[in-house]
Design a protein around this ligand. Structure first.
Ligand code: ACO
Length: 475
């Protein structure tokens, strides 16, 4: 039985195109501070017409394999989490097979998992469970979370974003699962869903989605604490983990969620809550569950009490979600990547709790143990490979008008066929994949930008649907 199964390596990709939230606020006629202070967001990445969830996942998987020098033949399971539906039948995973077919490896299990922002967690659990099971053949698992979050004009639009994350799974990992410590909450609600298959935009009941998210936080935390008590024989409180990482549609919801955990600790009379905090939260002790979600006074008091702990245990996880926006399935793992970026090898010996939420709804809270490991799978090397600062700095800011223009073009193209893109790769770094064409049979064609940026797209490696030509070009 494999031991300490978990994440060996991570890489992240987000598009270089972005729009500042402050500029978007003004453009949309929202009151000053609504997107930046009210939602807590700084900037938002988006896909231009040459990028999509498939190109981003091709980019991030190729990059991970190259940077950690992983032989593609050594991957035995590939799972994708995404809610950005490009094809109702052909999985994104099958597009990624082009990378492996080239090396003669077609013996790779796994397909796509979809349930709003939770698909990435389902994919991750599938891979971890595989490595821990009797079916494991000794090879690596690979998880990809890829999404482009776009909303129709209106209050939800500033909560978009785009990214892809790849995570290599195996035994003796620097980031291992405490597999028994999981608390889930799943139920039937219509808070955010995509019933209109002719549009990329979701139908969203924003207020309901906020309440559902907070209820799921409470329920998962209770179930998690129950499991901890059962298996560890003692009560769990916030002081038993060093960091808490949340699915991050926008930062304000993360602040509110952590405050709910503090309120839960108070209700459980935990030693993590001091006397001053108890006095401040005391008046809310008898509120019913429903009342507690409606109470602005409780929200204010618990956020105030939670602030010092939030700064210590959550703030280091917020960089990428604040800068890139909601990345749906990739959002939680981008928050976790922010923690590794900020704290790298100092995380050794620490427990980190993650909360995954997908509308509809599915949610799980789970626990990771971090330790230092041999190169290339060390925490500091993961931070170095991800190069979060470098990627954030090399982005290109678009004015809101051009962001909106781009969305209009994408609306027009969505579900379309027989078009070629501009093939403009001027913003893309070498090694980035991009969409070149969708033909009369809806088949999608991608190329990879080579290191020789002077090359025209036609001279770059072309990847056709099911046929890999020159995928290694540009090495
Ligand atoms: N300065 C400072 N703060 C401001 C200002 C201002 N000028 N104006 C408003 N605010 C505050 C509000 O008080 C509010 O903060 P609060 O929640 O602490 O009270 C915050 O900014 C947002 O303002 P609202 O009026 O509540 O925003 P609105 O209802 O217009 O939209 C929403 C917010 C519902 C989150 C919307 O963006 C949305 O629907 N997003 C998509 C759904 C979503 O992300 N749900 C989360 C879970 S599901 C998922 O991950 C997809």
């Amino acid at each position: 039985m494999a031991k300490n199964v978990g994440i060996l390596a991570i890489d992240i990709y987000f598009p270089p195109a972005c729009v500042q939230q402050e500029a978007l606020e003004t453009h949309d006629g929202a009151s000053k501070g609504k997107y930046t202070i009210g939602l807590g967001q700084d900037c938002m990445s988006f896909c231009t017409e040459v990028e999509d969830v498939i190109s981003m996942s091709l980019t991030v998987v190729t990059s991970l394999l190259e940077k950690y020098e992983i032989d593609p033949k050594l991957v035995g399971r590939l799972e994708v989490g995404s809610e950005t539906v490009i094809d109702k039948s052909k999985s994104i995973k099958t597009f990624l097979m082009q990378i492996f077919e080239k090396y003669g490896n077609t013996d790779i299990e796994g397909v796509d998992s979809t349930n709003a922002c939770y698909g990435g967690t389902a994919a991750l659990f599938n891979c971890v469970n595989w490595v821990e099971s009797n079916s494991w053949d000794g090879r690596y698992g690979l998880v990809v979370c890829t999404d482009s979050a776009v909303y129709a004009e209106g209050p939800a639009r500033p909560t978009g974003g785009a990214a892809a994350i790849a995570m290599l799974i195996g035994p003796d990992a620097p980031i291992s699962f405490e597999s028994k410590l999981r608390g889930s909450h799943m139920s039937h609600v219509y808070d955010f869903y995509k019933p209109n298959l002719a549009s990329e935009y979701p139908v969203v009941d924003g207020k309901l989605s906020q309440t559902c998210y907070l209820m799921a936080v409470d329920s998962c935390y209770k179930n998690f604490c129950h499991k901890y008590e059962k298996f560890e024989g003692k009560q769990f409180s916030l002081s038993d983990a060093e960091y808490f990482v949340f699915h991050s549609p926008y930062n304000k919801l993360v602040q509110k969620s952590f405050a709910r955990l503090v309120f839960n600790d108070f209700l459980m009379n935990s030693s993590s809550v001091d006397e001053v905090a108890k006095e401040k939260l005391g008046p809310f002790a008898t509120l019913s569950g429903d009342e507690s979600y409606q109470s602005r006074d409780l929200e204010k008091a618990s956020q105030q009490v939670a602030k010092p702990l939030y700064d210590q245990k959550v703030q280091p996880t917020t960089l990428i979600p604040k800068q890139v926006g909601n990345m749906y399935t990739a959002s939680l793992y981008a928050a976790f990547a922010s923690l590794i970026h900020n704290k790298n090898s100092t995380l050794a010996g620490k427990r980190v709790i993650l909360f995954s939420y997908g509308s509809g709804l599915t949610a799980t809270m789970f626990s990771l143990q971090l330790r230092d490991s041999q190169h290339p799978f060390s925490l500091s090397n993961i931070a170095r490979v991800m190069d979060v600062d470098g990627k954030l700095k090399s982005r290109h800011e678009f004015p809101p008008e051009e962001f909106v223009e781009n969305l209009k073009l994408m609306e027009h193209r969505y579900g379309g066929k027989e078009f070629v893109t501009s093939k403009d790769t001027s913003l893309l770094s070498p090694g980035t994949f991009y969409l070149t064409e969708v033909d009369s049979m809806y088949r999608r064609f991608y190329s990879k930008k080579t290191k020789e940026s002077s090359l025209t797209p036609a001279e770059n490696g072309v990847i056709a649907n099911g046929v890999a030509n020159g995928i290694a070009n540009g090495h």
